[in-house]
Write a new protein. Structure first.
Length: 428
């Protein structure tokens, strides 16, 4: 049989663009945690309870606009939507540096969530249009690597920016790159392989055949309503919500937790906060490769979340009695929370046909945003209420354990269909 290779240049051309775009989105949502550690609450007269709500408001806007954004991406254009979003979220993020009162800060955080809402589902839809089942976990991981990689360097850079100028200047400086990158996105990106000028006609045909072959084995679904009411979609929504409580509670409040636990300066906090994300990057790459190799997505999701939950409990039990050991367990928890993202989002297009998978991704990710809202709000609130992170660690661990139980019970077949197509050699 004549084996045709899928064009490997897709990886080198598209992945840097995808990675940078999501990195900028993550930068402008995550740097509030450093502003909180650097004194924004004191400067604006924000109470602890209000601070946790402000930190979480982003995810409330993110929750409500996921599905509408995904529908637009499916029916119209990922390219146009991301272009507009880049400009709007860059301005919103930079404008945070000019706030002088709490209501304005709340409006900006909520608006930032709205304009970033469709970025994640749109990018996953975009990847599903360009990469096959045997590649998708790795492709998703290169997208989601924008999360830990950004927090890795942002933790260090933001610490220095705040030390040199202040939290206001940090927001201004870190918001502008998204506006500049919007121009690059518009020039470089096309919605579908058929529109790309850098692929030959034969390469486009080969890629389309591979995509069509995958869809032939998936049970048809008539409409969005049927898909969104299906058992697997409902369970995956719950999994992502509970999982995100741990991820975003950790991400938003780790700088403050470290600063209070070890009484460090903000630059030292930045360096310590970066290490968990370095571990996450290494584990994400390994897990995504194994997931594509063995084509068993669930096996690379729930066991890692279980380890993360146990690590959170262990870190809480050690507390301040053994700071460095407790911190090491936090590093393990972070790595195991981030590592399953590639396999998790690769699973969705394998369970649902193309006509409904994009909107299902939007719904599942919107529930992730709801979990993120609860995580960012309640973790900050519990830290302020109890004066320490012990109760919030337990809350995140219990949420992760619940997500493990649900994920284990998702019905996902692991049979792979034979195809006379292979991908070209690609690193990662």
């Amino acid at each position: 049989m004549n084996i045709q290779k899928l064009p490997a240049r897709r990886w080198w051309y598209l992945m840097p663009v995808i990675f940078i775009t999501y990195s900028l989105a993550y930068l402008d949502r995550a740097n509030y945690g450093f502003a909180a550690a650097a004194g924004i609450e004191h400067d604006l007269g924000i109470t602890k309870g209000t601070a946790s709500l402000i930190g979480a408001l982003f995810f409330l806007g993110y929750f409500f606009f996921q599905v509408p954004g995904a529908i637009y991406a499916v029916k119209r254009s990922v390219r146009k939507m991301i272009f507009c979003s880049l400009i709007l979220w860059g301005f919103c993020a930079a404008a945070t540096g000019f706030v002088s009162n709490i209501p304005t800060l709340m409006v900006l955080r909520f608006t930032l969530g709205i304009v970033e809402a469709a970025v994640m589902p749109a990018m996953l839809i975009y990847i599903s249009n360009w990469f096959t089942k045997s590649e998708r976990s790795r492709a998703n991981t290169f997208l989601i690597l924008g999360n830990p990689v950004t927090v890795l360097w942002m933790s260090i850079v933001s610490g220095y920016l705040i030390q040199a100028w202040g939290w206001r200047e940090m927001f201004m400086i870190e918001g502008l790159p998204a506006v500049i990158w919007a121009v690059c996105w518009w020039v470089l990106v096309r919605d579908k392989p058929s529109e790309a000028t850098w692929l030959s006609a034969q390469e486009k045909q080969t890629l389309q055949q591979a995509m069509d072959s995958e869809q032939s084995d998936i049970k048809p679904v008539r409409n969005y309503g049927e898909a969104l009411r299906s058992r697997n979609v409902i369970m995956l929504c719950a999994v992502h919500a509970l999982w995100s409580i741990g991820v975003y509670g950790f991400m938003m409040w780790m700088p403050s937790i470290l600063k209070n636990a070890a009484q460090m300066d903000i630059v030292s906090v930045g360096w310590l906060a970066a290490a968990p994300y370095l571990a996450a990057i290494c584990l994400m790459l390994t897990v995504s490769w194994l997931s594509d190799k063995f084509q068993n997505r669930k096996l690379f999701v729930w066991p890692l979340l279980l380890i993360a939950a146990v690590a959170f409990f262990g870190s809480w039990m050690l507390g301040n009695h053994a700071f460095w050991l407790s911190y090491a367990l936090l590093v393990i928890a972070a790595a195991c929370m981030y590592a399953p993202y590639g396999p998790f989002f690769a699973l969705i297009p394998e369970l649902l046909p193309r006509n409904v998978s994009g909107v299902s991704i939007g719904l599942i990710n919107s529930f992730g945003a709801l979990g993120a809202f609860l995580g960012a709000w309640l973790v900050g609130y519990l830290n302020g209420l109890t004066g320490g992170p012990g109760v919030s660690y337990s809350f995140m661990a219990i949420s992760l354990l619940a997500s493990v139980s649900l994920m284990y019970n998702v019905r996902a077949g692991n049979k792979t269909s034979a195809t006379p197509l292979t991908t070209g050699n690609v690193a990662g």
